[in-house]
Design a protein around this ligand. Structure first.
Ligand code: UFG
Length: 347
């Protein structure tokens, strides 16, 4: 095991970043976090410490500033790999502010790539998304499915970032890249100390469900029940964030085992199971004992009808498989919501 390896986690106080930091620490890695706190809270560092007994080094820096990246690398010359989560991720906002999304998501990647080699770092894990598949022609979708034109500037940044990484390796840079295409991460850490913490009105389904159940939102709007699916609502491959976090460590270890061989790989990270919006609601009602106030409304523009992953490649090559099912995802999301709201008395 790489017990002494130091890893830079960008966006490490965010939703997936914080869960991955916890898993890295538990598995013996030394973690440095950089996060500009644009969509996360500083207290998450204390929560990480509460869970693991370790408080990671932290920089409130912006990755669009190259000098700040250089400073981190000079203060931590022993960083061996980077897991890059930091990015703007709201689909709707990206339509209104495309330049913000292109600047944040592309410049931060380019800066990291330009600075990592002089710093002697050769391993890079990238947060990509199933958004690159659009509505696939065949389900479940494999990594060989064609990349479709993006439906939003956010989605386009994920596609362009993948291209930047591929081209960088093709151009001869000696780096290893694992691009991980996430399906729909939900759920929270079993401790209830970290979880998804959207600012303002949530865009995503599960935080909207839990906020409705706890009384912050009046009702959930289900966007469409006239899709060509068994119950008419959209289908997604929801994956527990802790399973997702663990996949990053497996991917990192795989790269480190092939030290100095530059290679680009990508993997779907999902469970391989699709659930409809109405099935997700049913699971929530079952595990929480709450009847959810929801109503069916029109379709949300830009939503794809249905997608779920073929995870064969990740199962076979990474030796990784998602273990937690939909009920556990909903149960942990609900426990996190209750614990967070009760502790902060914000509702
Ligand atoms: N939904 C509702 N009501 C809500 C919110 C969502 O019915 O209030 C539905 C959506 O219509 C969709 C499903 O719940 O059918 C999941 O929606 P999310 O917004 O939670 O997730 P998306 O699948 O739309 O988006 C996710 C990520 C994006 C990524 C995209 C790729 O959040 O970052 O997957 O498909 F780009």
């Amino acid at each position: 095991m790489n017990t002494s390896s130091k890893i830079l986690v960008t966006g490490g106080t965010g939703y997936i970043g914080s869960h991955t930091t916890v898993e890295l620490i538990i598995q013996g890695y030394d973690v440095v976090i950089v996060d500009n706190l644009s969509n996360s809270e500083l207290f998450i560092l204390d929560r990480i410490e509460e869970i693991t007994g370790v408080k990671p080094a932290f920089y409130d820096y912006d990755l669009t500033n190259r000098n700040q990246i250089r400073q981190i690398f000079s203060e931590h010359p022993d960083i061996k790999g980077i897991i890059h989560f930091a990015a703007s991720k709201a689909v709707g906002e990206s339509v209104e502010k495309p330049l913000l999304y292109y600047r944040n998501n592309l410049n931060s990647l380019i800066n990291l790539l330009e600075e990592m080699q002089p710093a002697g770092i050769s391993h890079f894990v990238f947060s990509s998304s199933c958004t690159v598949y659009g509505q696939p022609d065949k389900l479940p979708v494999t990594e060989h499915a064609p990349v479709k034109p993006a439906l939003s500037p956010y989605g386009n940044t994920k596609k362009i970032c993948e291209d930047i990484l591929k081209d960088t390796i093709a151009g001869g840079k000696d780096i290893n890249v694992e691009a991980l295409r996430y399906f729909n991460p939900i759920g929270a850490h079993a401790s209830g100390l970290i979880g998804e913490l959207p600012r303002g009105i949530p865009n995503n389904l599960v935080p909207f469900i839990t906020q409705t159940a706890i009384g912050i939102r009046e009702e959930l709007k289900v966007f469409g029940d006239d899709y060509n699916t068994p119950d008419g609502s959209c289908i997604r491959d929801y994956i527990h964030v802790v399973d997702l976090a663990k996949a990053h460590i497996v991917a990192l270890r795989r790269m480190m085992a092939r030290e100095n061989k530059s290679k680009y790989e990508m993997f779907n990270l999902g469970t391989g199971n699709g659930y409809s919006v109405l099935e997700v609601i049913k699971s929530f009602e079952k595990v929480s004992g709450h009847q959810l106030n929801y109503k069916i409304v029109d379709r949300r523009p830009g939503d794809i009808e249905q997608i779920w992953a073929d995870t064969t490649l990740a199962n076979n090559e990474l030796g990784w498989k998602a273990e937690l099912g939909i009920d556990e995802m909903m149960r942990s999301s609900w426990e996190w919501e209750k614990k967070y709201r009760n502790a902060s008395k914000k509702y």
